[in-house]
Design a protein around this ligand. Structure first.
Ligand code: B12
Ligand code: SF4
Length: 615
């Protein structure tokens, strides 16, 4: 009788949102590649199936994992999913203690202080994964062997986490299997192919982790990349998104572009990439348009010379504008990124960058992000001499620099809204409330909407808890709402067992604020990483929304915490206006609604029209 192959399960948890937008884009490139390698080595390996991986709540994921009964679980960790991945790891170790939990991805670095405080996983793989993964597969995950494999973090009782050192050699990209061509991404793509044509970056900007701990750029064979694009067209996909840092810096750009012009002559595929603006001339932009590019993202980050020097970038305003105009006039939209909180900048300098881009009309869309001090980046490693303070947990948002406090960074986002006339952080609309969402078949049987019309329905809830998505609407009838003793313990228990849940609780229009007190008590006890973004100009408490729909309108009730300043981990306080967010078909606030608000709140909240994110 032959030996039974070890079972390996790989997955990547999504960036969560009430509307599942980023779940649709949760494309597990790393998991799919590593899974193919494991299969080639004779393991019984799988990538977690949809809808569980991208849409399931914590218990539905765990049910899937327990039924699969893996010997090894491998998770891809990014700053938006590391905490949930660690929670799932902890639960796996509780139920399947002999399962080896391996974490990889940009969050797994030997200097990540947040990660090194954790104990719930067995092995971490730092940097590019394939080489180390191959060695792990060869070792059959035997504990005494794996610790010596380069690139591995392993735990030693007594001395804590130990890192075996970076691997002296990097995987040969020509030898890696293509997850797309091998059919390993089929159910995850949703019409869009995410494609690496290079790895690494020619630059080393101080805030960025595109380098994955190695220097320089390595290319995937151009023939393979072109075959992938050709295949995408053949299979009827609509878009290709290049994950490369600067598409225009591809060492064989001329040939690449000519081949794209051949393959995508009639622009059937829409192409997206990140680019530098400066080197792009009119001829290149025109050829890019003809090849199918519809939008490029350009990282400007700031216009300040001194900051550019500190973060190792260069900026030539004339060449930059010329490049942007060349792209725009050729029909390619330009998305400009700015970062607030970079070293050497006070409020004035950030405003100057923002105003400059707007005045020059050097954008089609303008994105403003707070700086994150990402582990293994230069700013993370030199944060003390630079005087930079950031959250000690994901998303590591900057909260203080020698020239800025959190309140001022928050002001930058308010200024963005003032200048652009748009909500910079719109609330996502749960799918049960969104008239545009006609089809929830992507949830393949997970129920996004639960009605609690009677106490029997409340009691039956826990029996379906592992068949629900992470974003769930619970509709409370007036009778049930008035019986908190029946539903409060059930809801609390659900959140304890599914801490990475996003809930929208629907209450009837005749509800009064007092009737919501038991609900707000639960909400106060629940924390979720989504609520750490202090830069949002309204409603920072977003994991549990209390909503009402009535006569074509939908509104989010203000959370009572909004009347107090938001307290950051380091004691800084941010004042935000208590806000009711209202969606109406007319985009006007009806007079009767103002009365409805005034009747309920002696100190009424601001009312904002609900702008559904366009992403
Ligand atoms: C695509 C992408 C996204 C997509 C999401 C992708 C998805 N699939 O869901 C979107 C657009 C949502 C996104 C958003 C953001 N992103 Co992004 N994104 C990327 C990008 C370009 C590609 C990721 C990818 O799939 N690469 C291809 C795979 C094969 O490479 P990989 O992920 O690095 O995996 C390798 C290793 O890490 C390892 N590995 C990975 N998993 C595993 C598992 C095991 C078991 C093992 C052994 C090894 C292993 O092996 C793999 C192969 O070598 C990277 C940059 C880059 N080029 O990698 C940034 C990156 C991941 N993003 C980053 C950031 C910061 C963001 C934002 C926060 C930006 C912002 N300011 O808003 C937002 C998140 C928004 C939010 N609210 O939190 C950082 C992440 C840093 C971190 N510590 O997590 C990166 C690294 C870029 C950077 N700035 O340095 N992003
Ligand atoms: S910010 Fe862009 S150019 Fe700079 S290192 Fe990262 S990927 Fe490269």
């Amino acid at each position: 009788m032959g030996l039974v192959a070890m079972k390996i399960l790989l997955f990547q948890l999504p960036l969560q949102g009430h509307d599942f937008f980023f779940s649709h884009e949760n494309i597990p490139l790393a998991s799919a590649g590593l899974c193919l390698m494991a299969r080639e080595s004779g393991f019984d390996a799988e990538v977690m199936a949809e809808p569980y991986m991208s849409y399931g709540n914590d218990r539905s994921l765990l049910r899937y994992i327990i039924e699969f009964n893996p010997d090894v679980v491998g998770m891809s960790c990014y700053l938006w999913n590391i905490e949930r991945s660690l929670f799932i790891a902890q639960e796996i170790k509780r139920v399947l203690p002999s399962c080896t939990v391996v974490l990889g991805g940009p969050e797994i670095t030997p200097d990540n202080r947040f990660l090194l405080r954790q104990r719930d996983f067995d092995l971490g793989v730092a940097g590019e994964g394939e080489g180390t993964w191959r060695s792990l597969l060869r070792s059959n995950f035997q504990p005494e062997v794996v610790r010596k494999i380069p690139g591995v973090l392993s735990y030693h009782n007594g001395s804590g986490w130990d890192y075996s050192g970076d691997s002296p050699s990097l995987p040969n990209l020509a030898e890696l299997p293509s997850p797309f061509l091998k059919g390993a991404l089929q159910t995850h793509l949703k019409g869009v192919l995410w494609l690496e044509s290079v790895r690494g970056c020619a630059h080393r900007c101080a805030y960025c982790y595109y380098h994955k701990r190695f220097s320089g750029v390595r290319t995937f064979p151009l023939t393979r990349v072109l075959e992938e694009i050709h295949e995408a067209r053949e299979r009827g996909l609509q878009e290709v998104v290049f994950l490369d840092p600067c598409w225009n810096r591809h060492p064989r750009r001329g040939e690449f572009l000519s081949s794209l012009l051949e393959i995508n002559r009639n622009r059937e595929l829409r192409l997206y990439a990140e680019c530098e603006a400066e080197p792009i001339d009119l001829e290149t932009a025109r050829r890019m348009f003809e090849a199918g590019f519809v939008e490029v993202e350009v990282g400007l980050q700031t216009i300040q010379e001194e900051t550019h020097r500190l973060i190792h970038r260069r900026f030539d305003p004339k060449r930059f504008l010329k490049g942007v105009r060349a792209l725009q006039s050729s029909g390619i939209e330009v998305m400009i990124d700015l970062i607030a909180g970079l070293p050497g900048e006070g409020l004035k300098e950030i405003f100057d960058s923002l105003h400059w881009v707007i005045e020059q009309e050097a954008y089609d869309s303008l994105m403003l992000y707070p700086l994150s001090l990402i582990p293994s980046t230069e700013l993370y490693q030199h944060s003390v001499p630079l005087g930079l303070k950031a959250m000690p947990h994901p998303p590591y948002l900057i909260t203080r620099t020698p020239h800025l406090e959190a309140g001022e960074i928050h002001q930058v986002f308010i200024e963005y809204e003032r200048c652009m006339g748009e909500d910079i952080a719109p609330l996502e609309m749960p799918i049960s409330f969104d008239p545009q969402v006609k089809d929830d078949s992507f949830l393949k049987g997970l129920h996004p909407f639960v009605r609690w019309a009677s106490l029997e329905e409340v009691k039956a809830f826990l029996s379906i808890e592992d068949r629900l998505p992470y974003s769930l609407t619970i509709q409370l009838s007036p009778e049930v709402l008035l019986r908190p003793e029946a539903w409060v313990p059930i809801l609390k228990n659900y959140l304890k067992r599914n801490p990475f849940s996003l809930l929208s609780i629907e209450v009837p229009p005749e509800t009064t604020p007092d009737q919501l007190i038991p609900l707000w008590e639960i909400v106060r006890e629940h924390t979720h990483p989504l609520e750490r973004d202090y830069t949002v100009p309204h409603s920072p408490y977003r994991s549990i929304l209390v909503l009402t729909r009535f006569q074509g309108m939908v509104w989010k009730w203000p959370d009572p915490r909004e009347w107090d300043p938001l307290l950051l981990f380091d004691g800084q306080k941010i004042s935000l206006p208590p806000t009711l967010v209202l969606r109406t078909s007319t985009r006007k606030i009806p007079k009767e609604f103002l009365k409805w608000v005034a009747d309920r709140y002696p100190d009424p909240p601001a009312i904002r029209l609900w702008e559904v994110p366009e992403d």
